[in-house]
Design a protein around this ligand. Structure first.
Ligand code: ADP
Length: 246
């Protein structure tokens, strides 16, 4: 449907008989941020792997952008449809400037000849400047990526994903290792991104999830245990009984 960016419909996957995902159904709307929480082993990473085509489900379907069934596509085709994934560890080009990292990310999908003879058009320059503002790096554009803080490298990598213009951004524990100030700023910038794109954030840091102020799904044993606001999820009797030990 028009109002659905991502729909996992009854997805199951087992590893050596162990059900990592068990009939998992999740919907992400256009321009919506969804936070995924849950204990270790709940299936959060496996869910991301299913969406990006790294892992194939044993059962269930994954629909993207209204209709495309992702379970029939390989990882590269899925990325090209407009799904960007940020892993926990930043992978920026340390010996390049912030600007050049973004420019390379912008060029990537254009093919070898465009890349060899490329010089940034006015439109591309405007886009990079826009991304620099979004990821709070406008004043670091000429600095080497190596000279950024850990948090700023995470932001640069988010910027590199934005350069690919994804419809859906998957973000795995973005604030791990960040300062408190960087963590607060990361919540702000992800909220800004989610004004125009769908964003799924997997996160352990509950104060950060609170800052995101968005819909939360709590996974456990490969399916949805509770969903709603963070307050609703943390007030859920099953969540309290099983994960808060009361
Ligand atoms: P989370 O990200 O919520 O911590 P995971 O998705 O990483 O959970 O893992 C869910 C379960 O599936 C875990 O018990 C994990 O050991 C198992 N698992 C995940 N990927 C594999 C794999 N490739 N092979 C075998 N077991 C796996």
């Amino acid at each position: 449907a028009q109002d659905t960016m991502l729909y996992l419909d009854g997805v199951s996957v087992a590893f050596d008989g162990f059900k990592a995902l068990n009939n998992l159904s999740i919907i992400v709307r256009p321009a919506e941020m969804l936070a995924i929480i849950g204990p270790n082993g709940a299936g959060k990473t496996t869910m991301m792997d299913i969406i990006t085509g790294k892992t194939r489900p044993d059962a269930g379907d994954v629909y993207f952008d209204g209709r495309t069934d992702l379970t029939r596509l390989d990882e590269a085709a899925i990325a090209n449809l407009g799904i960007g994934r940020k892993f926990q560890k930043p992978t920026v080009f340390e010996s390049q400037t912030v600007w050049d990292n973004l420019e390379m990310a912008l060029k990537k999908p254009r093919g070898i000849f465009r890349t060899l003879f490329y010089s940034a058009s006015g439109e591309d320059i405007a886009r990079i400047e826009d991304i620099l503002d979004t990821v709070r790096l406008a004043d670091r554009r000429d600095d080497l990526a190596a000279d950024l803080s850990h948090g700023q490298k995470q932001w640069l990598e988010i910027g590199m994903l934005l350069a690919q213009d994804p419809k859906l951004l998957l973000v795995d524990e973005p604030v791990a290792g960040m300062t408190d100030a960087e963590t607060v700023e990361t919540a702000r910038l992800l909220k800004e991104i989610a004004e125009t794109r769908s964003v799924v954030v997997v996160e352990h840091d509950m104060s950060f999830v609170r800052d995101l102020a968005t819909r939360v799904v709590c996974l456990a044993e490969g399916s949805v245990l509770a969903e709603g606001t963070l307050d609703q999820v943390s007030a859920n009797p099953i969540v309290i009984e099983r994960y808060l030990g009361r």
